[in-house]
Design a protein around this ligand. Structure first.
Ligand SMILES: [Zn+2]
Ligand SMILES: [Zn+2]
Length: 83
């Protein structure tokens, strides 16, 4: 969609810019919905769910859980006993 805009704006050869900037941390996004999601769920939040088996970290518990299920399936029962 954004490409179409650029095409008809006389800047067809330009790369689309990351023009949605988080005012809080300066992170840049191509698309507004990604910035909204960032501000809602990620900005200034710690990745507080750490994988006990590798250096993976996530913002959400369900992400960590699915990570453990995918990456450390055989250790999943250990993981449950840790938490
Ligand atoms: Zn931010
Ligand atoms: Zn892991």
């Amino acid at each position: 969609m954004i490409f179409t805009l650029f095409k008809f704006g006389g800047q067809a050869r330009m790369e689309p810019k990351k023009q949605h900037v988080c005012k809080t941390c300066g992170k840049k996004y191509y698309h507004q919905p990604n910035l909204s999601r960032h501000r809602k769920f990620e900005c200034q939040k710690e990745k507080s769910f750490l994988c006990p088996f590798c250096n993976y970290a996530s913002y959400h518990k369900y992400q960590l859980k699915s990570h453990v299920i995918c990456q450390h399936k055989e250790k999943y029962s250990d993981f449950l006993s840790i938490k």
